[in-house]
Write a protein of this length. Structure first.
Length: 250
């Protein structure tokens, strides 16, 4: 376990020691800031009974953050090391392939979650300033953050998989972005399309990330959603492991 945590610290250090990491943090803060401004303006115009986390999710800035920052966070996980020549040095050290895969995934996911910590602080500050307890309900915020972690984990796994395919960070980011867009659009409001067969609507509804996050943002923890994200994330991590392992076949 000490080797695993050392690798995770190495990954986190790579994010905080590069300009890219701070650009990602700035982008998340900017987009969430726009979302909160939009949210406050909507509340001022009309009172809402919905939790503030659900109102923020309805601003669509959440998906902008996930879709745009995930490829940037993960593009360097394998591609940068292959380009600089440190990848072979890493893989010849006494560490297992799964340790490397899980450590790089964990490092990317932890960094992604850290970029969302200021959002929780802003919600708490708004509650303190306004005196409205509904602005920061711990259970709803916790379930929302769990949803963010599950969605982020899936996109980090996709990004790591894309980065393992190439030596180019730009190509890795583009591939991860296209995969992410595809997964997001796969279940985007399937009930709104009259072109789908009847049997396909429930299947796509089960994969609808927008529907999942709507429930998470309301404080609803649905078990089948958790199973879906854990399963698909595990699938992409397995594929990444197979790519890393394939160096032994060459």
């Amino acid at each position: 376990m000490s080797v695993f945590f050392a690798l995770v610290r190495r990954e986190l250090g790579g994010h905080f020691n590069s300009l890219t990491g701070y650009v990602v943090i700035a982008a998340v803060l900017l987009l969430t800031g726009f979302g909160l401004v939009d949210l406050i303006e909507r509340i001022r115009q009309m009172p809402y009974d919905a939790p503030v986390t659900e109102l923020f999710y309805q601003t669509t800035y959440f998906w902008l953050v996930v879709l745009l920052t995930s490829p940037v966070i993960t593009m360097r996980t394998y591609a940068a090391e292959k380009a600089t020549g440190t990848y072979e040095a890493l893989m010849t050290t006494p560490v297992g392939d799964w340790q490397v895969v899980l450590a790089k995934f964990a490092g990317a996911l932890v960094f992604f979650l850290l970029t969302w910590v200021p959002f929780i602080g802003v919600l708490f500050s708004l509650r303190q300033i306004t005196g409205e307890a509904a602005l920061f309900e711990p259970v709803i915020v916790a379930v929302t953050f769990l949803g963010i972690a599950l969605v982020g984990g899936l996109f980090m796994a996709v990004g790591c998989f894309a980065s393992a395919l190439t030596r180019s960070e730009i190509i890795a980011a583009m591939v991860a972005f296209l995969f992410g867009i595809g997964l997001w659009m796969l279940g985007y409001r399937p009930e709104a399309s009259g072109m789908l067969p009847t049997w396909a609507v429930p299947a796509l509804e089960h994969m609808s990330m927008t529907r999942h996050m709507e429930d998470f943002a309301r404080g609803m923890l649905v078990g089948r959603y958790v199973v879906y994200y854990v399963t698909v994330t595990g699938l992409f991590l397995f594929l990444t492991h197979r790519i890393v392992q394939s160096r032994r076949w060459k």
